[in-house]
Design a protein around this ligand. Structure first.
Ligand SMILES: [Cu+2]
Length: 457
């Protein structure tokens, strides 16, 4: 068992475990209380978000509307991720800043870097007649703006309304959605022993949670893409068919491959045009916690979903061979291995393995057991990942075992990084597990986005 998704199913089905999930809900409502206090402070106007980082705003164009999420941002650098969800071509301009993107085809995407802004920005579609038909919006500046990411609502709630909303969303956890991402893909074994993995890049409807369906750019209809596994010495063939409306290519990130297989068009290969197929072939020379992801219009294609894990070697064994004395697992083995792909942009947005709380998968452990987690960041921001109780020993960075492993409860995972952590459970309970950038985990309506739980029995 690699991914937590089938755990999710057994949790939902199992009566014995149902009470644990309820316990999880109650414990999480209590344990993220501190985050709730921050939201309350903001709604009283005492909070001052003065983020100096970059805020990504999702812009959706349709006939005849410009929808912004969030609709206001802290002063600072702003990048617009624009999607044309309409049935005609549209563009987008910030005239006052002399910044614009040309016409975007139906279903297409574009990015517009506004640079640093400190006052509201008017955004319009410049196609003749579209602005006057309603295609205009104002991106506001304000400290409380990120609070509105969940609902788009600017209404102030009473304390009772806020408590009720928070309880209601927590009760939905773990919410079932139609497809989970990162399912292990069994290779075809060819006559010479080569492991062949067949991937098709295509756009599908994807449930980020039960109430939110987006157009995801996927490998084989999954976000993250299917998990690929092989051993050192294996010959690997990845056959990538492009069924996207635009060209693509696929980089094998953190894997030692010949230059021609590095997947960077137009440098190491030609683009893979819509309808075309490209074959990546290499022999796995060393253990790796590899990513495969788009390297073409990557700032749009990857956050929209084109990323997955490619793991070389048995990492449960590698880690125990080197660190058993520090991990002190009750059974002297690692019982569970999990890949957690972080994302924060594109059509998928803030998510863990392509899902937003309450649709994120919970994990179960017994006291004394160890769960090996490979954090992957495929987004545009660093996420400080925080697991409330089990003890975390950081054992590898980017697929290399550390000489000096270290303990932590919060770990910054920057874009492109992979960190491998051995969590050993020491106490029973339902322990929240979330990104500690507070508005990546909580809204005035309750927990959201990059939150899940580890249930220790
Ligand atoms: Cu985060």
């Amino acid at each position: 068992m690699i991914e937590g998704s089938s755990k999710n199913k057994s949790l939902v089905d199992g009566n014995a475990l149902f009470s644990l999930v309820m316990l999880a809900v109650i414990a999480m409502v209590v344990s993220i209380g501190a985050i709730g206090i921050v939201s309350i402070a903001k709604s009283k106007g005492t909070g001052g978000a003065s983020a100096s980082g970059t805020t990504t705003v999702q812009v959706t164009l349709s006939e005849f509307k410009v929808t912004l999420s969030p609709s206001s941002v802290p002063a600072g650098n702003v990048i617009l991720n624009i999607h044309n969800a309409g049935s005609a071509e549209h563009n987008l301009a910030a005239k006052a800043l002399s910044k614009r993107v040309p016409n975007i085809p139906v279903g297409g995407n574009a990015t517009l870097d506004l640079g640093a802004i400190s006052s509201p920005v008017e955004l319009i579609c410049e196609v003749a007649g579209h602005e006057s038909s309603g295609m205009k919006a104002t991106l506001g500046i304000g400290a409380a703006s990120m609070d509105n990411m969940a609902s788009g609502s600017e209404t102030q709630m009473t304390n009772e309304e806020m408590d009720a909303a928070m309880a209601a969303i927590a009760k939905r956890f773990p919410e079932k959605t139609s497809v989970t991402g990162g399912q292990e893909l069994a290779p075809k074994i060819l006559a010479d022993g080569t492991k062949e993995f067949d991937l098709t890049a295509k756009i599908v409807d994807w449930q980020v949670d039960a109430e939110t369906t987006v157009k995801a750019w996927t490998y084989n209809g999954q976000v993250p893409g299917p998990q690929l596994r092989a051993n050192v010495g294996d010959k690997i063939k990845i056959v990538l068919k492009n069924d996207l409306p635009e060209s693509t290519s696929m980089h094998l990130h953190g894997l030692r491959v010949p230059n021609a297989m590095d997947g960077v068009d137009p440098l190491t290969q030609d683009v893979i045009k819509p309808g075309a197929t490209f074959v990546y072939e290499f022999t796995a020379k060393e253990a790796a916690i590899g990513m495969y992801h788009s390297h073409h219009n990557g700032q749009v294609q990857i956050p929209n979903g084109l990323a997955g894990s490619l793991i070389i070697s048995d990492w449960k064994e590698l880690v125990m061979n080197k660190f058993a004395s520090k991990i002190k697992d009750a059974n002297n083995k690692i019982e569970q291995e999990v890949v957690m792909v972080l994302n924060d942009a594109g059509t998928i947005g803030l998510s863990l393995n392509g899902k937003s709380f309450p649709a994120t998968a919970p994990y179960t452990m017994k006291v004394g057991e160890t769960m090996l987690v490979h954090y992957y960041n495929e987004g545009l921001m660093t996420h400080p990942m925080h697991l409330h109780q089990p003890r975390g020993l950081v054992v590898a960075k980017d697929g290399k075992l550390l000489d000096s492993p270290f303990y932590m409860d919060t770990l910054n995972v920057a874009p492109g990084e992979r960190w491998t952590v051995a969590y050993t459970a020491t106490d029973k309970g339902a322990w929240a597990w979330h990104c500690h950038i507070l508005n990546h985990a909580e809204t005035p309506q309750g927990m959201k986005y990059m939150v899940t739980a580890v249930i220790v029995s």
